[in-house]
Write a protein that binds this ligand. Sequence first.
Ligand code: HEC
Length: 114
Amino acid sequence: MLKVTVLVGVIAAVLFPAAEGARAQGGALAENLAYGKVVAESWCANCHVVSRQARGPVGDAAPPFVAVARMPSTTEISLRAFLRMPHARMPDYQLSQAELDGVVAYILSLRPAR
Ligand code: HEC
């Protein structure tokens, strides 16, 4: 009985750290993206067209996220800087770090391959 317990313990110790690590690495980006999409759909979609498919202007001049993603000036840094600053025509959301990471990853994911 003791032998079995020890064996199970050893197997778990060997297997799980590796599995956890792999999941954390591969999963982080996917989780960011999924979360960013939720943030975009709930908070940004009032003004911006946030999906890859939807086209056409919504309201006053808020650029569709696909268009933002296409602009040569858009980078991870420019998006973070923009979203951290209050904007006259955009509500100041004070996004949390996770929300910021997610929404930036989401917008950048809309970029066409270059
Ligand atoms: C009340 C309407 C409104 C909401 C809600 C809103 N935006 Fe905006 N957003 C605008 C407008 C209008 C502009 C254009 C501002 C300008 O050009 O000065 C803009 C511009 C932007 C830009 C800059 C595009 C560029 O030209 O560089 C980004 C990025 C952006 N919004 C992201 C977001 C994100 C992310 C959210 C949700 C967290 C959001 N916006 C929510 C109205 C909105």
